[in-house]
Design a protein around this ligand. Structure first.
Ligand code: BGC
Ligand code: BGC
Length: 947
């Protein structure tokens, strides 16, 4: 086994439910808990589909448990296989993190005699999110008789006993399949699943369809002898009315396609999609295999939780892996999970943020109902963004507890704005900011402007009666985290207004009207910014977490160790509030999010003060990873590593005893942050990323990649380079324009155009020819013709004539026509393992290359006939990168024309301008020509670049 597998070697009923969570698979559209195909007494099978909510008492709404697609019963000579009673040996279950396939092996001693070796495999396709599949093989060791498979889909799926589904329709599909259609009881969403049960190996002597009500099933009976093998596959397709208008037909149609491909083919496609994901997101830690696996597992959980096609959903606090928090979305997504996506897969981050845009109307209603302005995001958000936090929750003994978070944990509103700003600054996605982000940031700023209150006796603005990140204290005044982040929200509100005025005056005036952003209102924002109480005492350098915190009773948490529950569980909710005990970082959370606003001294003093007061072991699991990062920032490597280990065990070791409820997705996001921002010391400033590593002493290497403004940076940190290694750029491909870069055919073009122009009696100079660089033939001709009146037929004829002259000139080219330095650079690129393509708008590129004698140095040629849209459209270069089999972000384009530089940029490639900077202003870097250019020079220049 390598560090890409999660292994379970024995079945331990103690871990049954937490391992159902650990062995969850998914694809962002759905998540399926790791229960067994055949079931187990009191198991919690669940397949949750993101966005498929239904109403429920107390919790308002919850993600609906859908029919268990994995259901598969196996009977051998009439004995039903079930791990609870079965005599088994050689049990193993493995989750392959590379492609999210789970395999389970075991040998079953059939009660009536003989042994069967069973193997189960399953996956949720990452290539097509509506497809899930399982495979089961049964080998007879010494068993003879009949093996029966029963596979079905049942509408009686429930959420811990609560039923959400009513059956609507069911029936057969072809000779091997069946479908079921159900409807959610309150929200009336329709869901259809179709499946096919197919025998791959062995011969069925009996097949049948059971039309049992709301549980259609397929049966296969097969005879087996010692040494022989049976294999079946169950392929399932799933659609809801949230995706398509006719889920039943979509499921049946997709099933036909999927069954044609079969389990192995579907897995191969999913595998390829996974490989792409890992290419940008993987982290390698050398020196500690356990750490390497645990971090990879966290990444895996993040990847299977992320919606790939839907911007109306987000990632719930327990992802799609359990019933905890009912599928509701918290600040966990924006603050803990989102950074991973922002810098490895920004398209996903964008979608997650668009979910908040989608809930903006509800956030506005929420603010209004509470007599505030702007938008107030729900503490617990579901499909529309209405507040979904339960108001009362029963304790195990039946007493009801009033939950205040939904009423007063207001910092979520600033957290959403924070995430948008970070996303924008890191990706440079101005369009997102213009179209969605700005409106949210301005609406949240308006919220805070109305949420603050002027307290005359203190002559300052205050924010009273809130819960901060530390939920152990309720109804507190002037929580430093909330106050500082809301002030920051107002500040960036002003920054965004300033930016929008310039970047998109139209959008600015639209928003100004809707949001009533007149100058007096903005003056009030400034007044609040200057006069909001922040709780910082310059004398001690400490923030007071909230007013009166310093007067609370002090207690030494160490005297309670070892313990197995939270301090709140020990003291009870009310009594716990009397103490200086934090559920999770609060002031430290603030210092983490806004590092540039506070001095190192402030960070250190507050770290020293608040760390011993924080219930890191059994308070919130969101605490340890952030506290770990802050420990690295104050130069405390040992606790940083211990805290990392504490977060690492949260789900795989069920360290808090509640993993059965679902994955702690924020902790996984936090774990990733603690590796990258803590140990890696990554900082992303306006000029790009850099690292100041703090590796744990026994780590030998930390390797990761990130994206900053569409460019990929690779960090490979070794202990000896702890100082400040530079990012290296993984340059995998070079794409050359021909004309003016490798050879000067522009002269030949000029001669051909000139001959044509002379024949037509049109004046045409060398100077005018300059404007034709990189411009396709037709557009060039139109420029030469200016406003002369010519028919389409004449244009066609002239183009053909010019081309004829040009081809004649080309035939005179030889190796001597290669520009100085080009040949050497091509050879150096090849020697460095960098692939080379030509990306030229010319339709004669092939002929030119041939004449120049450089064909053997090239891996691919993309010419003018390869794509429809010419430069400055990115198509040609993107096509060339595809031909080379490299991601665009790893390719560099060498261009002498502005249109080509624009095309490279638009395609997300590096652009290297060959020619004067004033002509090629937008190029990432410039060289006058290819003379003396080497791969090393190029990479060094690009690496130092301020992107
Ligand atoms: C959490 C709150 C949440 C509440 C109700 C508590 O355990 O700490 O953030 O709102 O449960 O779901
Ligand atoms: C934490 C919150 C968190 C919630 C959901 C609570 O226990 O205190 O910060 O948002 O759980 O994970």
């Amino acid at each position: 086994m390598d560090n890409w597998h999660i292994l379970e070697t024995k079945l331990d009923q103690k871990n049954l439910h937490s391992h159902e969570t650990v062995f969850t698979i998914g694809n962002g559209y759905l998540g399926t808990r790791g229960t067994f195909e055949e079931g187990f007494p009191a198991d919690q099978p669940a397949t949750l589909i993101n966005g498929l909510f239904d109403d429920v008492p107390i919790f308002y709404s919850e993600l609906v448990n859908t029919p268990n697609w994995m259901d598969l019963q196996i009977l051998a000579n009439g004995h039903r296989f079930n791990l609870k009673d079965a005599r088994i040996k050689d049990y193993q279950r493995v989750l392959n993190l590379r492609n999210a396939e789970i395999t389970r092996w075991l040998t079953w001693q059939v009660p009536s005699g003989g042994h069967l070796r069973l193997e189960f495999k399953r996956f949720a396709s990452m290539a097509d999110e509506h497809v899930v599949a399982l495979l089961c093989s049964v080998k007879s060791v010494d068993f003879s008789g009949e093996v029966e498979f029963r596979a079905g889909l049942s509408a009686f799926a429930n959420n811990e006993g609560f039923l959400h589904l009513d059956g609507q329709d069911q029936g057969e599909v072809g000779n091997e399949g069946a479908f079921i259609q159900v409807k959610t009881r309150h929200t009336h969403f329709v869901l259809a699943e179709a499946f096919n049960l197919h025998l791959n190996k062995g011969k069925a002597h009996e097949t049948s369809y059971w039309e049992s009500l709301w549980n259609p099933s397929r049966i296969l009976q097969v005879k087996i002898e010692p040494g022989s093998e049976i294999e079946i596959e169950k392929i399932v397709t799933i659609y809801t009315s949230l995706d398509v208008t006719d889920p039943k037909n979509s499921a049946i149609h997709k099933l036909e396609q999927a069954t044609n491909v079969g389990y192995q083919g579907l897995l191969a496609a999913s595998d390829a999609a996974w490989q792409k994901k890992w290419l940008t997101s993987n982290i390698t830690i050398e020196g500690d295999d356990e750490d390497d696996i645990v971090v990879r597992y966290a990444l895996f959980q993040l990847l299977i939780a992320a919606p790939s096609n839907n911007d109306k959903v987000s990632i719930p606090a327990k992802s799609l892996s359990g019933f905890g928090y009912r599928g509701h979305v918290f600040w966990d997504t924006e603050i803990f999970v989102l950074p991973f996506f922002t810098i490895t897969q920004p398209q996903i981050a964008r979608r997650l943020l668009k979910y908040r845009y989608h809930t903006l109307p509800a956030a506005r209603r929420n603010a209004k109902a509470n007599k505030y302005q702007g938008a107030q995001f729900a503490w617990e958000s579901a499909s529309t963004g209405e507040e979904n936090t339960p108001r009362w929750v029963p304790l195990p003994d039946g007493t009801l507890v009033r939950i205040w978070t939904g009423d007063i944990e207001h910092h979520i509103t600033a957290d959403v704005a924070y995430a948008i700003y970070q996303y924008w600054r890191t990706t440079g996605d101005d369009d997102f900011m213009r179209d969605y982000g700005a409106e949210i940031i301005l609406e949240t700023a308006r919220f805070w402007n109305s949420r603050v209150e002027w307290v005359e006796k203190n002559k300052r603005f205050e924010i009273n009666d809130v819960i901060g990140p530390d939920e152990y204290h309720e109804h507190v005044d002037n929580n430093a985290y909330t106050n500082c982040l809301s002030r920051w929200n107002l500040q960036i509100g002003l920054e965004v207004i300033h930016w929008l005025e310039k970047y998109s005056p139209a959008k600015f005036s639209e928003l100004r009207k809707i949001l009533e952003l007149d100058p007096e209102k903005l003056d009030h924002w400034r007044y609040v910014i200057d006069n909001l109480y922040l709780g910082f005492d310059p004398k001690t350098g400490l923030f007071e977490q909230f007013e009166g915190f310093f007067n609370l009773k002090q207690i030494d948490l160490k005297t309670f160790e070892p313990r197995t529950k939270s301090m709140q569980a020990i003291f009870g909710i009310e009594k716990n509030q009397e103490y200086q005990i934090l559920k999770q970082p609060d002031v430290m959370m603030l210092l983490y999010l806004l590092p540039n606003e506070y001095s190192q001294d402030t960070i250190k003093k507050n770290f020293e003060f608040y760390t011993p007061l924080t219930d890191l072991t059994y308070g919130s699991s969101l605490g340890p990873p952030i506290q770990s990062i802050m420990a690295t920032r104050v130069g405390d490597p040992k606790p940083a590593y211990d805290l990392f280990k504490l977060s690492a065990g949260t789900d795989l070791d069920d360290a808090r005893g509640n993993s059965a409820d679902g994955i702690h997705i924020a902790t996984n996001g936090g774990l990733w942050q603690s590796v990258i921002f803590g140990f890696g010391g990554l900082e992303i400033g306006p000029n790009g990323p850099k690292v100041k590593p703090n590796l744990p002493s026994h780590w030998k290497r930390l390797h990761f990649r990130i994206l900053f403004k569409e460019k990929e940076f690779e960090f490979d940190i070794r202990p000896s380079e702890q100082q400040s290694p530079k990012p290296s750029l993984p340059l995998l491909g070079a794409i050359f324009d021909l004309d003016g870069v490798i050879t000067d055919t522009s002269e030949l073009h000029y001669l051909a155009w000139k001959r044509l122009a002379d024949e037509e009696g049109i004046p045409f100079t060398r100077e005018e020819n300059e404007a034709l660089r990189g411009i396709p033939r037709r557009e060039s001709l139109l420029l030469i013709l200016k406003d002369r009146n010519v028919s389409e037929a004449q244009i066609a004829e002239m183009m053909a004539r010019k081309n004829k002259y040009y081809v004649e000139f080309i035939s005179t080219l030889t190796e001597n026509d290669i520009l100085p330095g080009a040949f050497e650079l091509l050879k150096d690129l090849r020697a460095s393992g960098i692939k080379i393509a030509i990306g030229s708008a010319s339709k004669n590129a092939g002929a030119v290359i041939e004449k120049l004698g450089i064909t053997s140095l090239l891996d691919a040629v993309a010419d003018g006939s390869s794509v429809l849209n010419q430069k400055p459209a990115p198509d040609l270069f993107v096509h060339a990168a595809n031909l080379l089999g490299i991601p665009a972000a790893h390719g560099a384009v060498f261009e002498d024309a502005d249109a080509g530089i624009k095309a490279a940029r638009a395609g997300g490639l590096w652009s290297i301008g060959i020619g004067p900077q004033n002509r090629l202003k937008e190029a990432h870097i410039n060289f006058p020509n290819l003379k003396d250019m080497t791969v090393k020079k190029i990479i060094d220049h690009l690496s130092e670049l301020k992107v």
